[in-house]
Design a protein around this ligand. Structure first.
Ligand SMILES: Nc1ncnc2c1ncn2[C@@H]1O[C@H](COP(=O)(O)OP(=O)(O)OP(=O)(O)O)[C@@H](O)[C@H]1O
Length: 463
């Protein structure tokens, strides 16, 4: 099981060159996070700061209660043992064969005998698909194999945090796809905390649970994929769509006039954004429990999203996920329309939801109250949650077009396709059968801790 990495107010400069300031984020336990940003924004510097290889001037990096920016050498040594790092080129020793390269950390940092070393190396080589290549030298293998060998080496000490510095650099799209699948499967198998630095948009959109972006010497945004993939923040949108139009220029930021003109040309109403399905696990790989933890967090904070983003999140859920969050049962199988204006007509009949019992062990009462629905049988005004759901999130009655008590599937008024309308292979994988509920004890802290929440959903200038 991975550990959380809590970064608070981190700032780093080299001489007079400020790289970034006041970076605050938390890498949630066991989840995959991706760090994006234009070239030179200090993503690699950030990775090095996490392992204590560089000393930031301000701020903390707290791991297992130890601040790696302000701890003794022996504490730092212990914390570093939690890390596995995949460097860009695999960082293999050219004179050693793959077996010895992968065995190196075990021989260097443990007292394990050769039999045990052989077992561990064999297991990791199998995990990354390198069985049979033990005798090969790094110079004799492809870039993709080097990455996989580097990954096997990063995993031999059973790290709880794995850092990937541009794992896809230099790989063709097919090998990148294989590597991404491997990363997702490894995360499911280890439940370790992963942080990936990448420029690959497809990787950023499909692999992680969380996405962060460094821009203009700050962390522009960090949060669950649902938040970033529906973000209207110009720099985030531009980057995640790989567009020229937007504030990011070739060498530095464009001037604001040009940016405004480009954004105006793009137009404002892009409809409800679509959240691209996340890459699922391979057949036979255990369920990736991090997905459930992230979704619990997202659903608990749904009311803090813009209406379009809220709808996109609900649209992105599979039927079983909707059932888990009380949006199933009588709820139409098509996209759920959260736009009150579209469905405010004579829909006094409410969707019959599973009620609070359906959330047993998953969400607190407060979190349940913040979900976009009515409790079974309760009029929408009866919500006891901290916010008024009718204003922030239309109640289930507003989502129900039928007057017969049996909500009907209805066409989406939005141009983008809902998950159910996509080809089956494009749908989000059913990773969490409802019959295997995950206790909330393993989820992130309850939504009542607003301060904690903000750390996951942070936008620049939030503080
Ligand atoms: N040890 C160092 N001493 C001085 N400057 C450094 C050092 N390490 C990095 N830098 C500078 O920090 C800046 C950020 O570098 P970094 O490699 O972290 O960027 P990056 O976002 O990872 O870039 P890319 O996406 O192109 O790999 C660069 O201007 C780089 O020259």
């Amino acid at each position: 099981m991975g550990v959380e990495v809590a970064v608070e107010g981190l700032s780093k400069s080299f001489g007079s060159q400020n790289i970034w300031s006041d970076v605050t984020l938390t890498l949630p336990t066991g989840e995959i996070s991706v760090l994006l940003g234009p070239s030179g924004t200090g993503k690699s510097v950030f990775l090095k700061a996490l392992v204590g290889l560089l000393n930031p001037e301000h701020g903390k990096v707290v791991i297992n209660g130890v601040d790696v920016c302000d701890c003794s050498e022996s504490q730092l040594y212990e914390v570093r043992k939690l890390f596995g790092v995949l460097f860009q080129d695999g960082a293999l020793f050219g004179s050693m064969n793959l077996y010895d390269n992968i065995a190196f950390p075990l021989r260097e940092h443990t007292r394990k005998g050769e039999t045990e070393v052989r077992n561990i190396v064999g297991e990791k080589m199998e995990m990354v698909g390198l069985v049979g290549s033990e005798e090969k030298l790094p110079g004799e293998i492809s870039g993709g194999m080097k990455k996989r060998a580097g990954l096997a080496r990063a995993l031999v000490l059973e790290p709880e945090i794995v850092l990937f510095d541009e794992p896809d650099s230099g790989l063709d799209p097919v090998r990148t796809a294989y590597l991404n699948q491997l990363i997702v499967d490894l995360n499911a198998q280890t439940d370790a905390t992963f942080l990936i630095v990448t420029h690959d948009i497809n990787t950023a959109r499909t692999v992680p649970d969380n996405i962060g972006m460094l821009y203009r010497r700050h962390l522009a945004m960090f949060g669950p994929r649902e938040l970033l993939l529906t973000s209207t923040e110009p720099a985030v949108e531009q980057f995640l769509n790989g567009r020229r139009a937007g504030p990011i220029g070739m060498s530095e930021e464009k001037d604001s006039g040009q940016t405004a003109a480009e954004l105006a040309e793009l137009g404002e109403d892009q409809g409800v954004p679509e959240i691209i399905p996340q890459l699922g696990i391979s057949p036979g790989v255990p369920e990736r429990v991090a997905v459930r933890r992230r979704q619990d967090r997202v659903m608990a904070d749904l009311d803090s999203l813009e209406p379009g983003a809220r709808q996109a999140v609900v649209n992105s859920l599979s039927d079983s996920e909707r059932a888990r969050y009380g949006l199933a049962g009588d709820v139409p199988t098509g996209p759920v329309d959260l736009d009150a204006e579209q469905w405010s007509a004579d829909n006094g009949d409410t969707v019959r939801l599973s009620g609070e019992a359906g959330f047993a062990g998953e969400l607190s009462t407060e979190q349940v109250a913040r979900l976009p629905r009515e409790e079974a049988g309760a009029p929408s005004g009866d919500h006891s949650g901290p916010e008024a759901p009718r204003q922030e999130v239309p109640s289930a009655s507003e989502q129900t077009p039928s007057s017969s008590g049996s909500p009907q599937p209805r066409p989406t008024p939005h141009p983008r396709r809902a998950p159910e309308q996509r080809a089956p292979e494009q749908r989000a994988p059913e990773q969490h059968p409802p019959e295997q509920p995950q206790p909330v004890g393993s989820a992130e802290p309850a939504a009542s801790d607003g301060r904690k929440r903000r750390r996951f959903w942070r936008k620049r200038g939030d503080r």
